[in-house]
Design a binder for this molecule. Sequence first.
Ligand code: NAP
Length: 414
Amino acid sequence: MATSTKATPSSSSAARGRPRRIVLLGATGSVGRSTVDLLERDPEGFSVAAVVGGRDAAALARVARAVNAEFAAISDASAYGALKEALAGTNIGVGAGPEAVIEAAVREADLVVSAIVGAAGVAPTYAALALGRDVALANKECLVCAGIPFIKTAKRTGARLLPMDSEHNAIFQALGGADAATVERMTLTASGGPFRTWSREAIARATPEQALTHPNWAMGPKITVDSAGMMNKGLELIEAHHLFAVAAEKLDVVVHPQSVVHGLVSFSDGSVTAGLAAPDMRVPIAHCLGYPVRLETPAPRLDLAAIGALTFEKPDFERFPALRLALDVLAGGGGLPTVLNAANEIAVESFLARRIGFDGIVRHVAEACEAALKDGTAREPSSVEEALHVDHIVRERSRGALAATTASGMLTLQ
Ligand SMILES: NC(=O)c1ccc[n+]([C@@H]2O[C@H](COP(=O)([O-])OP(=O)(O)OC[C@H]3O[C@@H](n4cnc5c(N)ncnc54)[C@H](OP(=O)(O)O)[C@@H]3O)[C@@H](O)[C@H]2O)c1
């Protein structure tokens, strides 16, 4: 399994007494800010080689100053001047544009935290992995877009992929290094999101404001919309398949509205181990930052008696067709997950821009997958470069298709 490819963890530097060097990709986002919160609490334990953001120069400058980063890179080349000005008077190096992002990603480091949203995270995360850097993976789109090449590269370079997504982190902890052959089932829990109890018709008419209101987690807009339609859980199943080298048939989802149990592993002797924690991303982030050393976090502690009841439900594929679609795509394999991921990113953007309805997201992604199967775009990418090429083609197509909407916001089918 990709999470345990190194015999001697380089990550015990915190225990060895020297600060662990961190590169933080997506430093201004929800996961990025939670990571910064932990780094700021332990200035002796960590040094920050680089921070990376997308477009918000002021926010990136604040983060860079807060963690005293050596280098700050912003993806939007036009933001160079603003970032330079915001960091004037500091020793923090400044770069802008995609090359600067890669330069940041490959800086010497003990751990690269991959928390850029979407396929934009693929190239920098891969650049670090290819150099053998350990990566803490919050960005699930990396493994959905280019899972096979990522895992092959991790094996080749000896880089470790530590799961930072809460469900995968829980499963990683629940596995405890067990022999993969003894695993009968891996179960990811899903909160069910804001539409858990809504009818299919009501979900179809949901507004961006309603989709952006998650009951348990405060996250960036893309993952929040993905969670509302359970596409997020579909992406996570594909991520788990690659991360834990587990067959699709052994993967399972259960809806658990309290978000206390995050993942479970069922073994061949009937034993089940589970990862539990309060729904606070600082728990899995800290687990990765210190691994294998446990850090202290200010996350709320679990009080099961106060919670009283933990409940579980089967997912409803009728009301949440995105989950069924992602399972079909996982079973179909090849380049279908790459297509699904790219089409979904553009469809979510279009929904947030009110160009399509909520049900238009899954409809568009299904159509994009069908079209890619027909014309050969869904062939399995043999490298990350090929996966990114497919990603690019599908994005362009999706942009074209979704721009062609009627005044009433209905999708015009190709
Ligand atoms: N939020 C969670 O609790 C959570 C939990 C598990 C997994 N994840 C995963 O973690 C990833 C990040 O999620 P998030 O919720 O933290 O997202 P977010 O709040 O939207 O933050 C996204 C980050 O990516 C940066 N970014 C966007 N486009 C970029 C580009 N082209 N190049 C470089 N940086 C770019 C953003 O910079 P700007 O601020 O400048 O735009 C920001 O720092 C996603 O893959 C998500 O699925 C999130």
